[in-house]
Design a protein around this ligand. Structure first.
Ligand code: ADP
Ligand code: MG
Length: 254
């Protein structure tokens, strides 16, 4: 098992106020899976991704990554895991804007004190189709290109898992599709992907769909061709509504 999460909890305390952003989540993820996580705004998706990405610490429960107990790790160990085992892709790209793409991609290699950083960064840029633009700064690039640089940075250390929190949220539909194509090709080459999105047509492209409500997972199912079709037609509820309208039209015209 790549990821094993049990009763995972994240409570935020603000004065007297307590928010249970993650209320005891159980989840298993096998190496090679492509999972999408959906749910209303505030349902705890980002909180969960930050915990999986070792960007934040849980307040309860357990989290094993590659058989290692993440909750018992020191800050130093967590930094190592973040650098070597996890590639995080953010909605807002989080690049260094005035630094060439290749140097942005090489950042995790510098932290890892690795040799041949340029060659490795170029290879990652090739995988996202941006090798030709390696000298360009993010400030000179389109949103889609920036996100591709961010994905190259996320994969440069060959991590066990890519965690993407609304990776197409700041992009138009067509550009978003290009980003999805990259995730598909990474997935085909064996990379594990966990992606948060609020667009059902994007979520439908994964193999497995997880839905969160109030800090808990309430749906966890395989994306079958039927479910995929329903989701692509403006979400499950949307598809049901269209069906009802169709029946209504047929009834009144009969
Ligand atoms: P989502 O990504 O699904 O929109 P979040 O994980 O961002 O949801 O938030 C879940 C809940 O936790 C929300 O009620 C949010 O207001 C709260 N929350 C998130 N981050 C913090 C924080 N740093 N401090 C306090 N409350 C937070
Ligand atoms: Mg969020």
């Amino acid at each position: 098992m790549l990821i094993k999460v049990r009763k995972l909890e994240r409570v935020y305390r603000m004065g007297d106020h307590v928010v249970r952003a993650l209320a005891g989540v159980d989840l298993d993820i096998e190496a090679g899976e492509f999972i999408s996580i959906v749910g209303a705004s505030g349902s705890g998706k980002s909180t969960f991704m930050h915990l999986l990405g070792c960007l934040d610490r849980a307040t309860g429960g357990s989290y094993d990554l590659n058989g290692r107990n993440v909750r018992a790790m020191t800050d130093r160990e967590l930094a190592r895991i973040r650098n070597n085992d996890i590639g995080f892709v953010f909605q807002t790209f989080n690049l260094i804007n005035r630094t060439p793409a290749i140097d942005n991609v090489a950042v995790p290699l510098f932290y890892g004190r690795q040799a041949n950083t340029n060659a490795k960064a170029m290879k990652a840029l090739e995988r996202v189709g941006l090798a030709k633009r390696y000298k360009h700064k993010p400030s000179e690039m389109s949103g889609g290109e920036r996100q591709r640089v961010a994905i190259a940075r996320a994969i440069v250390n060959n991590p066990s898992v890519i965690l993407a929190d609304e990776p197409t949220g700041n992009l138009d539909t067509r550009t978003g599709e290009q980003i999805l194509d990259i995730f598909h090709s990474l997935h085909q080459s064996g990379v594990t992907i966990v992606m948060v999105t609020h667009e059902m047509s994007v979520a439908a492209q994964a193999q497995r769909l997880v839905h969160m409500t109030d800090g808990l997972i309430d749906v966890d199912r395989e994306v079958t061709p039927e479910l995929r079709r329903d989701l692509v037609h403006s979400g499950v509820l949307g598809a049901k509504r269209i069906e009802r309208e169709q029946e209504e039209i047929e009834r009144t015209s009969a």
